[in-house]
Design a protein around this ligand. Structure first.
Ligand SMILES: CC(C)(COP(=O)(O)OP(=O)(O)OC[C@H]1O[C@@H](n2cnc3c(N)ncnc32)[C@H](O)[C@@H]1OP(=O)(O)O)[C@@H](O)C(=O)NCCC(=O)NCCS
Length: 177
């Protein structure tokens, strides 16, 4: 089992969508279509999407949209064979830092109530449960847990992101930003 890894992060482009969708198809029951991704990427001013390369392959991606005065995590996923290497944490650090460039004070997301692994990841970033959307996921009528991460512009949040980054073993580089 690998303990350290070298990851390269890059802003998501249209040319990454095929690889991103292939990860989605493995981890989600209702993956986004190519046209949804293209539409997201067209809205550059209000969107933040990154891909992560591991051993030369796209191993994960994550993104958020800026809606009014909040950031909304739309999706974060890592290829099953590359999970547990800290890729999601690196992506979320990058997404949060980019969101801080916008005039927003909080981040939010929905996560399946059964997805304890993702919930643990989000708690690490300061997200707390704030409610339930009943039957939000159409495939099995599962409830969504709504989580919020508040006060992201305060120094404590930047310090938390630094702490998380330092705790990840391996190294992170930037490709084309
Ligand atoms: C949730 C997901 C994105 C995490 O990606 P990842 O790259 O494996 O996560 P990381 O390696 O960065 O680890 C982040 C946290 O996940 C948890 N985690 C990682 N590997 C784990 C494992 N083998 N078993 C249980 N939890 C694990 C840990 O809590 C870890 O935090 P810690 O190191 O502080 O304990 C990934 O499991 C995934 O793609 N799942 C399917 C898609 C999904 O559910 N996305 C979220 C939708 S809301």
């Amino acid at each position: 089992m690998m303990t350290a890894s070298h990851i390269v992060l890059e802003a998501m482009k249209k040319r990454h969508v095929r690889a991103v969708r292939s990860i989605d198809k493995q981890v989600y029951s209702q993956p986004w279509s190519t046209s949804i991704y293209h539409e997201e990427l067209r809205r550059r001013d209000k969107r933040v999407y990154y891909v992560a390369y591991h051993e030369g392959q796209i191993a994960g991606y994550g993104g958020a949209m800026i809606v009014h005065d909040e950031g909304h995590i739309t999706s974060i996923a890592v290829h099953p064979e590359a999970q547990g290497l800290g890729i999601a944490k690196r992506l979320l650090v990058a997404v949060h830092r980019s969101c801080l460039d916008h005039p927003i004070n909080a981040m939010t997301l929905e996560v399946r109530v059964s997805n304890e692994r993702a919930q643990h990841l989000y708690r690490r970033f300061g997200y707390v449960p704030a409610g339930i959307r009943a039957g939000y996921y159409r495939d099995n009528n599962e409830d969504a847990l709504i989580m919020w991460c508040n006060d992201i512009q305060k120094p404590a949040h930047a310090a938390l992101l630094d702490d998380i980054e330092t705790s990840i073993s391996g190294s992170t580089d930037w490709g084309q930003k």
